[in-house]
Design a protein. Structure first.
Length: 917
């Protein structure tokens, strides 16, 4: 046995099924199913290491040829057939399979070993020449495109012509049909032997014409050509795009599985299909799948024919389910599903083929699932005793919760339904129609909401799917490419919406409209750019925009969150500026407000004039006058926040942003303001020019403002403390935390402390004092480095990781979008540092500041309030540093809660990885 080739079959596997790194996911699954005694066609796996060797050196590792030959001999022995034999040929599939599942990313070749001689052997042996030639034409097309690089259209074209001939021969009145309709009327499975023979000859000619080389008839040449194609496909464009999206390292490589063929295309007692051991959209406990009689390989997911349901009971498919049509293999399949789920303790995604009534298992893996399903599955599996609560918490990808927190269609809103397809990935979306992935990407980059509408999708469309709000396809089932990828991305998807007739060339689609009885009653035409709304849960498509409502977070979701909350040590607060935000945040389980940005309150229409007056005043009296107008507004804001938070801590940051953000720009604004302030327009204009800054982000902002204009902070502190006292008098708890932004030194912070204490004394006088905390943000590297000094005065630190990242990397967040992606793409930075904290650089400043801060003040309260507070990887880092809390936008609070629980479990060394690998 070579160290690169691992045989599986007859209940035994040479490879260790646990070594996905060596065998790849598919190889490991085949090995595991074999060992479990499931019916798996025998074969062998060539390791990922051999792939890497081939990628690096351009040649196979020594001894690989001999090892493959030996393993093939073993397979021949088990199958009683010989590879390349004229009478009794063994056929194999050559299948890629990386460590992580990459649906549709790598190419598989079926029926390998056929040529003009062996096809006759197969025909005679099976007594089924039609089948033999069906297998042969499939093989030539797959091999020609995957291993030799021919394009796929010419093959389709040949088939279309065969259909036309058949139509004529049968005298069918379908002359007006386009190719698309013809394919529906005459599926592949209808082509008779003679036509298939013609197709085979023409396919070979296509290969010659497309690639300049003849189709190889030597099975050994076919085999190695296919192996090299699999290894080579690890580097193809769509695999690279997918890897990037899912953080899969290029160094993993793919394994290559060579497996004896079983045939679902041998006639009506044969079939192929895929199923999930539970419903992947809802998580309901029932086997959910699709199948096609007399079909092979990916026919089910390719959307060429509309697949049938595995289980009985789907409306409109009576008598056509696998359960009804083939009860014996169906029963067998149900048993296999149960065995697999019990063994893997997770929902499985299974591929099977039925050859002449006998069931064969061809693949299993942890199934991709919509977030709703992930939550339900995890909770129910705990109740079934299959997994522990810890595992349930670790099973759900925190980021995927996003799908559950987002709005669904407002049930009471009026709507105009156009069509319905399959609800393939839940969530609602409105947007402008685009018909190509490139358009989706282009428009998406401009910030326009788009819905990608396609006949079906393929891996080449991934970039467009990523950019779109939702995906709508005319063809394909619940396991189509569009459905699987959309669920993985958490995007709404409606698939198989057959009322759509799309014309890419004209950039429009015609939609057949049906009445309640399902009879066509007319049609309507929509163009690129028209707005539609789709509901990926129900499969409905509507004309124009439809309003949405927020999600309710109860049932399984609440249960999972309760388990998460019981396990985490990090608290989760929200960044909220208004009572409404605060209300949302509490609904999502926020344990306080980690950041209230007071400047947001200043942009309000009713206040902006007073704010401008305050800024443009050139003497204290005038400024006091303006501030006096603002005080009641600010106080009212804080009263609202304190009431909403019912005694939970509320961190309020005093005014921070560069003043130019508030300055008037339009002449009528200037004129009005001049009248209000009783100065001339010229004078005011001059003042505006004086305030101009070359680099406002590093200019007169944060507590720099209060050093020159202390009145501003005095007003804000007064508003906070008066509000706190009022709410306390109402009998509610209050826990205000006053936070100074952009601090750079202890003397500066001390100046602020004096200011705050002075106002507190004025507000509270002798009695009635409300306790509050005084602290600072750490967002300038100098502050992090001198944190021990700052901690002498600050009772808490809150890391403002947005500014800290900008200042540490010297990158402006607002401008970095133009060049940061190329840094991430070419691995100059591991991730976008504004999304996931730069652990080495910014992170080490955070660590230093924590250590120094604690040394100076052991009970110092430490938290973070940048965007990073809602990023699971960053949350794990903050947990490790020992922060008390993270604060993030209200919608990310549940994500942070779950991420914090996972971080706690992982640091305890709890077993059980994230299930949806
Ligand atoms: P993917 O990675 O895209 O899932 P697969 O290697 O699973 O590709 O193969 C594509 C299709 O071919 C699947 O439907 C699979 O079940 C089928 N297939 C693969 N190998 C065999 C085989 N030996 N016999 C019959 N069908 C096979
Ligand atoms: Mg595939
Ligand atoms: Mg597969």
């Amino acid at each position: 046995m070579s160290s690169h080739v691992f045989f599986f079959g007859q209940g035994k596997s040479e490879g260790d099924p646990k070594r996905r790194d060596i065998l790849g996911g598919k190889g490991a699954g085949l090995a595991e199913m074999t060992v479990l005694g499931l019916p798996v066609p025998p074969g062998f796996t060539i390791s990922t290491e051999a792939c890497n060797h081939y990628s690096d050196k351009g040649a196979h590792p020594p001894g690989l040829q001999d090892a493959v030959a030996a393993a093939l001999k073993r397979v021949e022995g088990v199958m009683g057939a010989t590879f390349g034999d004229a009478k009794n040929p063994l056929l194999v599939s050559v299948r890629s399979g990386a460590r992580a599942s990459m649906p549709g990313m790598m190419d598989t070749i079926l029926n390998l070993g056929l040529n003009d001689v062996t096809v006759e052997g197969l025909a005679t042996r099976t007594n089924n020449p039609r089948f033999a030639y069906d297998a042969y034409r499939r093989f030539i097309a797959m091999y020609g495109s995957v291993a030799m690089g021919a394009s796929k259209e010419p093959f389709e074209h040949v088939l279309d012509e065969a259909r036309q001939r058949l139509v004529k021969a049968r005298g069918m009145a379908v002359t007006a049909m386009n190719a698309e309709e013809l394919r529906r009327v005459l599926p592949d499975s209808e082509l008779p032997l003679e036509e298939l023979k013609t197709v085979v000859a023409q396919f070979k000619a296509v290969v010659q014409k497309e690639t300049g080389s003849p189709f190889p008839s030597d099975p050994q040449a076919q085999l190695w050509g296919a192996i090299e194609a699999v290894f080579g496909s690890w580097g193809n464009h769509r695999a690279v795009v997918y890897r990037k999206m899912h953080d899969i390292p290029a160094s993993w490589g793919t394994a290559c599985n060579i497996q004896s063929m079983v045939f679902g295309n041998m006639g009506d007692t044969s079939a192929t299909g895929v199923c999930f051991t539970r419903d992947p959209s809802t998580g309901e406990k029932r086997v959910f799948g699709e199948w096609l009689p007399n079909a092979q390989g990916e026919d089910v997911v390719a959307g060429i024919r509309t697949p049938l349901p595995v289980g009985a009971g789907t409306p409109g498919t009576k008598g056509n389910s696998l359960e009804e049509r083939m009860p014996k293999p169906h029963g067998e399949l149900m048993r296999m599903c149960a065995v697999l789920e019990k063994h893997f303790r997770d929902m499985q995604d299974v591929e099977f083929t039925i050859q002449d009534g006998t069931l064969w298992m061809l693949q299993c893996r942890n199934g991709k699932r919509a977030a709703r399903a992930a939550v339900r599955l995890a909770v129910e599996m705990v109740k079934e005793g299959l997994i522990t609560e810890d595992e349930a918490v670790l099973r759900v990808d925190p980021t995927s919760l996003n799908q559950l927190l987002h709005p669904t269609l407002d049930p009471s809103a009026p709507r105009n339904q156009l069509a319905a397809g399959l609800g393939a990935s839940p969530g609602a979306a409105s947007g402008h129609i685009v018909f190509s992935a490139d358009d989706a990407e282009k428009q998406g980059e401009l910030g326009k909401p788009v819905i990608l509408v396609r006949v079906d999708t393929s891996p080449e469309d991934i970039h467009g799917m990523k950019a779109a709000r939702g995906i709508l396809t005319a063809r394909g089932g619940m396991t189509s490419h569009a459905a699987v990828v959309a669920r993985g991305m958490g995007k709404p998807c409606v698939a198989g919406c057959s009322a759509l007739a799309i014309n890419y060339a004209l950039g429009q689609m015609t939609i057949t409209l049906y009445d309640e009885k399902g009879n066509p009653k007319g049609s309507t035409m929509l163009k690129q750019g028209d707005i539609i709304t789709m509901d990926g849960g129900t499969g409905q498509v509507f004309l124009g925009p439809v309003p949405t409502v927020n999600a309710t977070l109860s049932g399984d979701f609440a249960q999972l969150m309760a388990w998460a909350d019981a396990r985490r040590t990090l608290k989760v607060r929200a960044n909220a500026d208004t009572p409404l935000d605060a209300h949302t945040a509490r609904g999502f389980g926020a344990q306080g407000i980690g950041l209230c940005r007071t400047e947001h309150m200043f942009f309000d229409e009713a206040r902006i004039a007073a704010v401008r007056e305050m800024i443009l005043s050139d003497n204290v009296d005038q400024r006091q006058h303006a501030l006096a107008k603002l005080l009641p507004f600010q106080k009212e804001d804080f009263v609202g926040l304190f009431r909403e938070m019912k005694g939970l801590p509320v961190t309020i940051r005093l005014l921070d942003p560069p003043l130019h953000e508030f300055l008037p720009h339009k002449p009528e604004q200037l004129a009005q303001l001049a009248r209000d302030m009783k100065v001339t327009v010229e004078k005011l204009q001059q003042r505006v020019s004086e305030l101009h800054e070359f680099n406002p982000m590093l200019g007169h902002r944060g507590c720099r403002l209060a050093v020159t204009f202390p009145e501003i902070y005095e007003m804000q502190v007064r508003a906070i403390l008066e509000a706190a006292r009022q709410v306390q008098k109402e009998g509610l708890g209050v826990e205000p935390e006053i936070m100074i932004p952009l601090t750079i030194s202890l003397p500066e912070l001390n100046r602020m402390k004096v200011l705050v204490d002075k106002v507190a004394k004025e507000v509270f006088g002798a009695g009635d004092a409300v306790p509050f905390k005084f602290g600072t943000m750490i967002e300038i590297p100098r502050a992090a480095l001198l944190a021990d000094e700052l901690a002498q005065t600050a009772e808490f630190f809150s890391f403002g990781t947005n500014d800290l990242t900008q200042c540490t990397l010297g990158l402006s967040r607002d401008d970095a979008g133009k060049f940061l992606p190329s840094y991430v793409d070419s691995a100059l930075l591991p991730r976008d540092p504004f999304v996931s904290i730069d652990q080495e650089g910014v992170g080490s400043l955070v660590k230093t500041a924590c250590e120094k801060g604690r040394k100076a003040r052991p009970d110092i309260k430490l938290g973070v309030c940048g965007e990073h507070g809602g990023d699971p990887q960053s949350v794990e880092f903050f947990h490790g540093v020992g922060l008390a809390y993270v604060s993030c936008s209200p919608f990310r609070v549940p994500i942070a809660r779950l991420a914090a629980a996972q971080a706690a479990l992982k640091s305890k060394g709890s077993k059980g990885g994230v299930g949806t690998a």
